[in-house]
Design a protein around this ligand. Sequence first.
Ligand SMILES: [Ca+2]
Ligand SMILES: [Ca+2]
Ligand SMILES: [Ca+2]
Length: 336
Amino acid sequence: MPLRSKHFLASLALASLAFASCERDLTPEGPALTDLYGTFKVKSGLTASRAQVNFANGESVYFTAETSISTDFVLTITGQTSGAVKRIEGKARTLDATNALWQGETSQFPTFQTEMCDVMLTYPGYPDTLYGNVQVLGTRVIEATILDDFENGMSPEWTKFIQSGANMKFTVQGGAPLAEGLSYYKMGGTVAWDWLIGMVEMPKNNFNSGAGFSLNNDADKVYFNGVFRQLAGLDNGIILLQLREDDNGDGTYSEGNEDMWSVEIRPGSAWELNSYKYSDLVTLVNGAASAALGNGLHEPDKLHRVSILFLANPNSGYAECDTDMLCFTENAPLAL
Ligand SMILES: [Ca+2]
Ligand SMILES: [Ca+2]
Ligand SMILES: [Ca+2]
């Protein structure tokens, strides 16, 4: 008798558990069990919310599709002309504006052009692949203080210093592999007697017809961004960014007495967008973090000039790196 009653209680408990899960299936919160454990089937195909999208006008596009169960998905948008790739990944039963929205950004350089794009939706673990198209009528507007995107040659606001070494290349280039738009800046050369191969500088007084960089004074809100790569097969090139501040506001930078923040970049062979929060920048002396030279305060509004030095060990032979889209953004790193 005690055994039987235990059994009875257990059955009762199971029944109420089953009832509770039935109830959960009906509530809008949480995934239904059939979403998780049913048979995979595509219930509605891939559709773009619009056939043509003009990102330049602030438009965006999202994609919809539905499967019988919640599953991993990979949505890949590829520009037919540029070869640019945007990848959106997630796990869901339905794709919609919340998980499959495209605002014109790129996951893999180059950036998108005005072009027809192929859209492909795959479900890892299942053979089903869905296809679609969307046409880009206008590219994404970059909200940034752009020092240079090299689309119209190098901005005349830069000043250049190039050593008289061998095979010197400090030129705007087009052609694959591209990063942002259709041109970028190539720095290369062999200088056997010095680490410095060449440099370019953007003084505040040259920028925006002398109006300056007009950066926010809150260093937590300002980001320096750039896209960089190194010629495949080489690893000796170093890009050194230097940001000098006119701490005392006398209109000049006093070498060694005012702040100079630095970033050392050793790019890989694929284009990569790097963003640096201004307040995270450090003082480097011969590549090692050191005490600040000036008042030690990060003051973007006092930025006197931006310098881009291209360096390599003089014994290491030819070095070559490329850069594109050098800019400052506010509140968030650059999205390209
Ligand atoms: Ca460019
Ligand atoms: Ca000064
Ligand atoms: Ca300072």
